[in-house]
Ligand binder design. Structure first.
Ligand code: UDP
Length: 490
């Protein structure tokens, strides 16, 4: 940035879930590398998830800090529960998630207090904080919305909300075309989030409605994507739906060295060097990586089916399993008898958290079985690997369509039903077939070469003069001008 523009100070306020916090901290870092002073706002329980990254950024000369606000008390929510991650298991998880969202709505007041004290020039706040637009307006600063998803799914959501085509089909499995959306995209009612299908107004649906309205009143939207990946949808979002949006991704590419890539969100449950040593001993494109993000939680039967499907596929693998469930004798009831012994040297199970970006970009990885969370999907694109799409919830069924039908860099495992956390049951044969389809044969090679080309475009997009680099520059300049004219007016 030229020295004629005084330094901007931007607040970044992510929702307390890994899929939101990880790209937000990357985004703050990215703004920081362009000379913007950035502050991440979070609650005390989430500090450890940011502090190391912030320290490392500071060491690199990036002006970045962390500001905390107290997590509100909410009856029925256990003390210390400050991250959605903490409530993804157990029968009461849905009830707890509702309480969690309710608690986060009370963050408005402490945030206002912080804005009053620090007087930043802009607030980038998560879509799950709809009230952030009005709060920013009170302080005369722009509010940018961060959804953490693709242009494709942003457009799909708007088209679905406007036209409600799912209300015009006669059954849950009858396909309908998403009206207006380029590409003749078909969905079924089964694949839609339950809150979209129900007419009942809940606190959650009300919050989503408020979120949509507050987006329209906001300064605009920052998107973790790059233009070349989904030009038709980036154009549609801006030019047809009339939204102000800046694409500044892939955000994960702001992590340049091994340690930054290895430590995103949580400390990995495997030593990164051990993991790299294992991968480096494998042939290029010979390992399939399986991971379902930070929220999804399969039961033992499904995990067993995955194990058997993987073994039958004959492919080498790294499989990330959330669960560390053992029976009374210390055995894990989700693994077939003798599985790990048979798979020794062939497959690696990571119990807990994997250094995902580091794994994906290794030359040995030739395919990715993913739940199509947007961060994972984009990380897969960036790494240039074909994907098996296994969507579970949120907007993952939309991202599945982007991967399999628009970009043609993946195959569906065949999930039909949107579900919270646990997912639609997929049989071993389907898993085996899908894994083979992305790993071996001519079709796999075609998908891989398309994915590789997109991965190269991703790298170019964030390089100097690339499309995301330019859009971020344009945004920073516009925010500086807005700040200056606000200052003159006051
Ligand atoms: N992730 C990771 N290690 C894991 C699981 C997830 O680093 O073992 C990261 C992954 O790289 C991505 C994020 O967590 O950046 C998950 O976000 P995504 O949108 O894919 O899914 P969500 O967790 O929101 O369902």
């Amino acid at each position: 940035m030229g020295s004629e523009i005084p330094q901007l100070h931007i607040f970044f306020f992510p929702f307390m879930a890994h899929g939101h916090m990880i790209p937000t901290v990357d985004m703050a870092k990215l703004f920081g590398t362009r000379g913007v002073k950035t502050s991440i706002i979070t609650t005390p329980g989430n500090v450890p998830l940011f502090s190391k990254t912030i320290q490392r950024s500071k060491d690199l000369g990036i002006e970045m800090d962390l500001k905390t606000i107290k997590f509100p008390v909410e009856t029925g929510l256990p003390e210390g529960c400050e991250n959605l991650d903490a409530i993804t298991t157990g029968e009461r998880s849905k009830e707890m998630a509702i309480k969690f969202f309710k608690a986060t709505a009370k963050l408005q007041e402490p945030l206002e207090q912080l804005l009053r004290e620090c007087k930043p020039d802009c607030l980038v706040a998560d879509m799950f904080f709809p009230w952030a637009t009005a709060v920013s307006a009170r302080f005369g600063i722009p509010r940018l919305v961060f959804h953490g998803t693709s242009f494709f799914s942003l457009c799909t959501t708007v088209c679905m909300t406007m036209c409600e085509p799912h209300k015009q089909v006669s059954s849950d499995s009858e396909p309908f075309v998403v009206p207006g959306l380029p590409g003749d995209i078909k969905l079924t009612r089964k694949q839609l989030p339950d809150f979209m299908k129900s007419n009942e107004e809940t606190d959650f649906t009300k919050m989503l409605k408020d979120s949509k309205e507050s987006e329209l009143k906001s300064y605009g939207v920052v998107v973790n994507s790059f233009y070349e990946l989904e030009p038709a949808y980036a154009d549609y979002y801006r030019n047809v739906l009339g939204r102000r949006a800046w694409h500044i991704g892939p955000l994960s590419l702001c992590n340049r060295n091994v340690e930054d890539k290895a430590f995103r969100g949580k400390r990995a449950s495997i030593d990164e060097n051990e993991c790299l040593k294992w991968l480096n001993s494998k042939k290029p494109n010979s390992v399939v990586y399986i991971c379902f993000g930070s929220v999804a939680n399969f039961n033992s039967d499904q995990l067993m089916e995955i194990a058997e499907g993987l073994e039958a596929s004959g492919q080498e693998f790294i499989w990330v399993v959330r669960k560390d469930k053992k029976d009374q004798d210390g055995n894990e009831d989700w693994l077939p008898e003798g599985f790990e012994k048979r798979m020794e040297g062939k497959g690696l199970i990571i119990r807990g958290w994997a250094p995902q970006v580091l794994i994906l970009e290794n030359a040995a990885v030739g395919g990715f079985v993913t739940h199509c969370g947007w961060n994972s999907t984009l990380e897969g694109v960036t790494a240039g690997v074909p994907m098996v799409a296994w969507p579970i919830s949120a907007e993952q069924f939309y991202n599945e369509k982007l991967v399999t039908q628009v970009l043609k860099i993946g195959v569906s495992v065949g999930v039909q039903q949107w579900a919270r956390l646990v997912g639609d049951f997929v049989k071993r044969d389907a898993i085996e077939k899908a894994v083979k389809e992305v790993m071996v044969g001519d079709r796999a090679e075609e998908m891989r070469s398309r994915a590789k080309a997109l991965g190269e475009m991703a790298t170019r997009a964030v390089d100097k003069e690339g499309s995301s680099y330019a859009d971020l520059n344009a945004l920073i300049e516009e925010l500086s001008l807005t700040r200056n004219s606000n200052k003159q007016a006051s």
